[in-house]
Design a protein around this ligand. Structure first.
Ligand SMILES: Nc1ncnc2c1ncn2[C@@H]1O[C@H](COP(=O)(O)OP(=O)(O)OP(=O)(O)O)[C@@H](O)[C@H]1O
Ligand SMILES: [Mg+2]
Length: 363
């Protein structure tokens, strides 16, 4: 028998008056999982998080926490803790008071409060800062206090809404690692919202990809990367972004399909589609193979283009071809120069085939 999930959403939807902003959201979160909600601005990530923690009512469907319907349980009684992007620390209180405040409201015994604050401060390396006020802290330290305030409550689920987006790039990477580490040490269930797909890839056990109030795909980071269910997920997950070529099916048999792409030629990919149908092909920049043009050789899926931009990063290089527009991500340094004619091979097994609606066709 499956254990009861920590959290279950079933057909969850949200409407404001006549406007439906979220519909049919269904997935489970197991105890101890690190789940990331990712999607473009306005897709409903914060709304979903707020419905889970009870700050927002659910218009349709069910929110269950540890097997119990939670739709009508007030936020304060759900045993969840939400950490915001804006930290929302009390400016007139010290770090210690900020962390203790929620527990004092719950009339937790004083000794217990002290124990929990000390423990959280130790975990978050805030011990030497306990007497300071928020204005006397750096952005990263403030973020740690906000997380500490959640930890002392020992919630069943931690909810984070873009908690690192106010930090500079370097600090963000550092805090990301700290959060992942904290997740391991606490063995806690965490749900983390971000619009940064790199954050999603690096932190999540499983990712929930949202678009326009609906779930596009739920899965482990590499499953989404290797088998995106549709063009949206394919384009959203992975950096730099997947390349797409549009065409029409000219042949399809034996599990292989040939697509005629205007100005490029015929490309072969796995999958079956009706002849004449519109289709698109996707390939990740790191899967395009660049080589010098060899005359005569009939390499499959060879595309010729002129190098329109080159970025040498030292450890790897980016080359952008013009017509067809294809980005290449090359390991190491490249000898390709601006204006060079480049032959790029698109390995058939690396191509993702999508139908006219953008649904995945390749296995
Ligand atoms: N109180 C409200 N009344 C009407 N519409 C709302 C309300 N709150 C949110 N929305 C709409 O719901 C949709 C989802 O908003 P939400 O804040 O959840 O998006 P998000 O994914 O968190 O975006 P971001 O990445 O910008 O934070 C948006 O289209 C938004 O305009
Ligand atoms: Mg938001």
């Amino acid at each position: 028998m499956n254990p009861v999930p920590m959290l279950r959403l079933e057909g969850v939807g949200k409407s404001y008056g006549n406007a439906t902003v979220m519909r049919g959201v269904t997935f489970d979160v197991a105890g101890g999982e690190f789940i990331v909600f990712v999607g473009p601005s306005g897709c409903g990530k914060s709304t979903l998080l707020r419905m889970i923690c009870g700050l927002e009512t659910v218009s349709t469907g069910r929110v269950e926490i540890e097997g119990k319907l939670a739709n009508d349980i007030p936020a304060a009684s759900r045993g969840l803790a939400l950490v915001f992007q804006s930290y929302a620390l009390y400016p007139h209180m010290t770090v210690r008071q900020n962390m203790a405040f929620g527990l004092e409201n719950l009339r937790t015994p004083k000794a217990e409060i002290e124990r929990r604050v000390a423990e959280a401060a130790r975990m978050l390396r805030l011990e030497s800062l306990l007497a300071r006020r928020p204005t006397q802290l750096s952005g990263g330290q403030r973020q740690r206090v906000a997380i500490g305030r959640a930890i002392v409550r020992e919630p069943r689920i931690f909810l984070f809404d873009e908690p690192l987006s106010n930090l500079d790039a370097e600090l963000r990477v550092e805090m990301r690692a700290e959060l992942a580490d904290l997740h391991r040490r606490l063995a806690a269930t965490m749900i983390y919202v971000t619009h940064d797909q790199v954050e999603a890839m690096t932190m999540a056990d499983r990712i929930v990809v949202l678009r326009a109030g609906q779930v596009e795909q739920v899965g482990r980071p590499l499953d989404l990367y290797n088998h995106p269910r549709n063009r949206f997920v394919a384009g959203f997950i992975g950096s730099p972004r997947m390349n797409f070529l549009e065409g029409r099916v000219v042949e399809s048999q034996g599990g292989w399909t040939s697509i005629e792409v205007e100005g490029v030629g015929t490309l072969r990919a796995r999958g079956t589609l009706p002849v004449g149908a519109a289709a698109s092909l996707g390939i990740r920049p790191e899967h395009v193979e660049a080589g010098p043009i060899e005359s005569g050789e009939a390499t499959p899926n060879l595309v010729h283009g002129q190098a329109a931009a080159i970025e040498q990063l030292g450890g790897s290089s980016f080359v952008r071809l013009a017509s067809p527009a294809i980005n290449l991500h090359i390991a190491g340094q490249t000898s390709v120069r601006f204006g060079d004619e480049v032959a790029a091979s698109l390995p058939p097994d690396r191509l993702h085939l999508f139908d006219a609606e953008g649904q995945r066709v390749s296995p």
